[in-house]
Design a protein around this ligand. Structure first.
Ligand code: DGY
Length: 313
């Protein structure tokens, strides 16, 4: 009997899977539905800890198949793919990996801003296609001095803002509540977008923020405005975004996240004023190792004395 199972092991850091299996005796939940059912019948009872990731998630049915489950340790800061309400109802603690990915995610956010405003990826395609011979690449926009609105100024947003201060950008933000900062506060997403030249989405995912960036917010951002999303795909109304990009009612977008990962809307892929990365914001060796260490700390502290170091519920 094992105390620990891993769900979605194919998308976990391989080193973490290795450490959990060799040092904690963890078993991997099969991805195949029928194999999973017989695995749960055989090994479900007695499992106290499940490790999952922001990409895999954990639903109420899986919780019910593990009657002794006490902790779900999420590899990731965002936990919208785990049903935290169902976990709380069942007395199950959920933990995540906060803080250790702030730098990695902020770096990519700034990278997307620079790329989409300066056309780095687009000009790379232009150069490789041999188009330079026929004329220069179109003029781009400078990052320096831009007004940047951060939708969701938390710890990652603060890191993005600090980096952009180096570019002499003006920073504004919208949160549900005003926080203590010198950055300019806006009472709503639309007001923030109306002021911003670049709108960076950093809110958590989930029902509360679904399609928060809608057609009205994009219209407020305007034809000179850029959208960068490094939070969750669900926060942006994707149909409205495709329409705004096609109609040039916004200037461009840098996206790391999508509503239906790992699928990316074909309409976005066809556009040259969009930079697309496959949810890699936390995907550095440094960050993923630190996330793995936080997961291990939660698992081990729980097994030793029934306590999580970074609980979310
Ligand atoms: C997170 O931690 O929530 C990230 O989105 C995963 O890279």
């Amino acid at each position: 009997m094992s105390n620990v199972v891993i769900a979605g092991q194919h998308i976990l850091l391989p080193d973490l899977t290795e450490e959990l299996t060799t040092e904690e005796g963890a078993l991997c939940l099969p991805a195949d539905e029928s194999e999973r059912r017989s695995f749960l019948d055989e090994h479900g009872a007695g499992v106290k800890v499940a490790v999952t990731s922001s990409f895999a998630g954990f639903d109420a049915d899986l919780m019910d198949a593990l009657p002794d489950l006490e902790l779900i340790a999420n590899f990731g800061v965002g936990y919208d793919s785990t049903d935290v309400e169902a976990a709380s109802e069942r007395g199950i603690t959920v933990s995540n990996t906060p803080d250790v990915l702030n730098d990695g995610v902020a770096d990519l956010g700034v990278g997307l801003i620079i790329d989409v405003l300066r056309g780095i990826s687009a000009s790379d395609r232009f150069a490789r296609a041999g188009k330079w011979k026929n004329g220069a690449f179109p003029l781009q926009r400078e990052v320096t001095g831009r007004r940047v609105g951060i939708l969701g100024l938390g710890r990652i947003g603060q890191e993005v803002a600090t980096r952009l201060e180096g570019f002499r950008c003006e920073i504004g933000y919208h949160n549900r509540n005003e926080v203590e900062t010198s950055y300019r506060y806006f009472g709503g997403a639309e007001e923030l977008a109306g002021w911003s030249e670049v709108l960076v989405v950093l809110t958590p995912g989930g029902a509360a923020t679904k399609a928060l960036v809608d057609a009205d917010v994009l219209a407020a951002l305007g034809p000179e405005g850029y959208l960068v999303n490094i939070a969750r795909g669900t926060v942006v109304d994707e149909d409205a975004l495709v329409q705004a990009l096609n109609d040039a009612t916004i200037a461009g977008a840098g996206l790391d996240v999508y509503p239906n990962e790992p699928n990316i809307n074909e309409a976005l892929m066809a556009l040259d004023n969009v930079v697309l990365t496959p949810h890699i914001a936390s995907g550095t060796r440094e960050t993923r190792r630190a996330m793995a260490d936080t997961v291990l700390e939660n698992v081990r502290t729980w097994l030793a004395d029934g306590r999580a170091v970074t609980p979310v519920n």
